[in-house]
Design a protein around this ligand. Structure first.
Ligand code: SF4
Ligand code: SF4
Length: 500
């Protein structure tokens, strides 16, 4: 194919008055969008190679660079948008599935932004978190229906729990899809904050194992790196059935990315493709899932809670009811805005449902069936700030998973090119030169700062409602009101409209 019909999406503007031709941008751009022109003796740029990751803009010492969207416009057409036309050009040139990274960016309703939180006025006075104790600690795992107490002591062993100092965890991101330095940063931050990180499906890198008591180890369809030592090194185990960004499909890490460390961690031969099948080949029913849950409990002497992660899909409530009955201690529901290192664009953008709806439907169903306390619910899929967390908890979540927010805190600029392996921020890459750009200590500090800031905000919001413990907010939908929602949406969310 000789001629591409695609034009550059971005334009690199270099302010010649400011540029000192120091070549920082040349070294920083893994896409080679900048180069030093020997003839002209100055730095020049190639717009077509730019993916708008902002690395050069942020690091340019004289702030000489600006990246703009190419103003080239197709004739206005509400149906044939520029994106739809570009995708056809791309596919007719390559014959390939279009890939993308990060979460669904289509303009579907974001229900978090249609839900408002309550605050106390006059009665049930608000609590000042600077003066009064305020508890954000929570425990994930099966809760007993009653406590048996003898002589003032618990007479029975409680089911295994994981303790979270704040109701937030780092969601599954595997070594292989992200760099070891990004993994280290989340492990260090989780340890400092008293929360959990999740290994993802890529095994447990040897350098991370010292953080085992803050780790959830994942068992996915590829079973990469899974053996009894792996299962026993973590604080909890998670069976990954689905991922919000790509429900119903598996994963594929190309052989060229399976270097020595990825190969050792995943326990697969060097240079082979790491294929995660779409289904678990031993799970075709809830009964099969139950067998796996109990095999994992057996392998860890019933000392670790077992979580099951599912993508939010149409019949999430019935599926999660089955998972609770199958013996899971925790269910993580991953909404369709959840991030990914690589997913087909059409799947990411058109499959699944918003986590707000799925979470509310699951919590309602488990309550109606009287089995809500048998599992903890974790809400995942684009939790962006402390207000989203409070809304998720009031809708029924015990805790949330964050991933994109954590990556953004570490430097991600949402260019959505994670699948290329050329992340200029050292996050979604295995290139040793790029990986070194992410200092794990600095990234961990940024994560700790972010979550400490969110914890302060959560206490303020809780205090404003007159509630002094996060667990008292869980499922308390009276603290929520909907705005701009129709009756059906309000009914599914189980909340009243603003003003009611
Ligand atoms: S890809 Fe990133 S680093 Fe390269 S030119 Fe574009 S914004 Fe700058
Ligand atoms: S992780 Fe890196 S490649 Fe992925 S969206 Fe963020 S900046 Fe871009």
């Amino acid at each position: 194919m000789s001629l591409s019909y695609l034009t550059s999406e971005y334009i690199i503007e270099r302010n010649r008055e400011r540029c000192i031709d120091c070549q920082v941008c040349v070294r920083q751009c893994a896409n080679k969008a900048h180069r030093f022109d020997e003839e002209e003796q100055r730095v020049v740029s190639d717009d077509e190679k730019c993916v708008n990751c902002h690395r050069c803009v942020v690091l340019c010492p004289t702030k000489a660079l600006c990246i703009r969207r190419n103003p080239l416009e197709f004739r206005e057409n509400a149906n044939w948008t520029p994106g739809a036309i570009r995708d056809i050009y791309k596919q007719s040139e390559t014959g390939r599935i279009l890939l993308t990274g990060m979460g669904n960016d289509r303009p579907y309703p974001i229900y978090w932004d249609h839900i408002l939180l309550n605050a106390s006025q006059v009665t049930n006075p608000s609590i000042d978190p600077l003066r009064e104790p305020m508890e954000l600690k929570t425990y994930l795992g099966r809760k007993p229906e009653k406590l048996k107490v003898e002589n003032g002591r618990l007479a029975e062993k409680l089911p295994p729990q994981i303790e979270l100092k704040i109701p937030v965890m780092f969601s599954a991101m595997s070594f292989g899809s992200i760099s070891i330095n990004a993994c280290k940063a989340m492990a260090m931050a989780a340890s400092e904050l008293g929360i959990m990180f999740n290994t993802g499906e890529g095994g447990f890198h040897k350098d991370l194992q010292k953080f085992g008591k803050n780790a959830i180890v994942q068992v996915a369809s590829g079973r990469f790196g899974v053996d009894t030592d792996y299962l026993n090194t973590g604080a909890a185990i998670e069976i990954k059935i689905g991922q919000g960004a790509k429900p119903g499909i598996g994963g594929h890490l190309p052989g060229e990315k399976v270097g020595e460390e990825v190969s050792a961690t995943r326990m697969i031969p060097l240079g082979t493709d790491a294929i995660s099948p779409a289904p678990h080949h031993d799970i075709y029913s809830i009964e099969d899932l139950r067998q796996l849950i109990y095999s994992l409990k057996e392998a860890t002497n019933y000392e670790k809670p077992v979580s099951v992660k599912v993508a939010a899909v149409h019949n999430a409530a019935a599926i999660c009811s089955g998972i609770a009955r199958a013996g899971a201690d925790i269910i993580a529901i991953d909404g369709f805005r959840g991030g990914t290192g690589a997913a087909p664009v059409r799947i990411r953008d058109h499959v699944g449902i918003p986590v707000e709806m799925a979470l509310a439907a699951v919590d309602t169903r488990l309550r109606e069936e009287g089995i809500r306390n048998q599992v903890s619910l974790v809400c995942a899929g684009s939790v962006r700030n402390s207000a989203d967390i409070m809304k998720a908890v009031a809708l029924g979540a015990d805790a949330v998973y964050i991933a994109s927010s954590a990556l953004i805190a570490m430097g991600c600029h949402m260019c959505q090119k994670c699948y290329t392996g050329k992340c200029n921020w050292g996050i979604a890459t295995q290139d040793p030169y790029l990986v070194k750009r992410l200092n794990p200590e600095i990234a961990a500090k940024r994560l700790v700062n972010l979550l400490n800031a969110w914890a302060h905000e959560m206490k303020e919001i809780l205090g404003g409602m007159g509630i002094n413990a996060i667990e008292s907010l869980r499922g308390n939908r009276l603290m929520l009101r909907g705005i701009g929602l129709n009756d059906r949406e309000l009914k599914i969310l189980g909340i009243k409209a603003a003003g009611e």
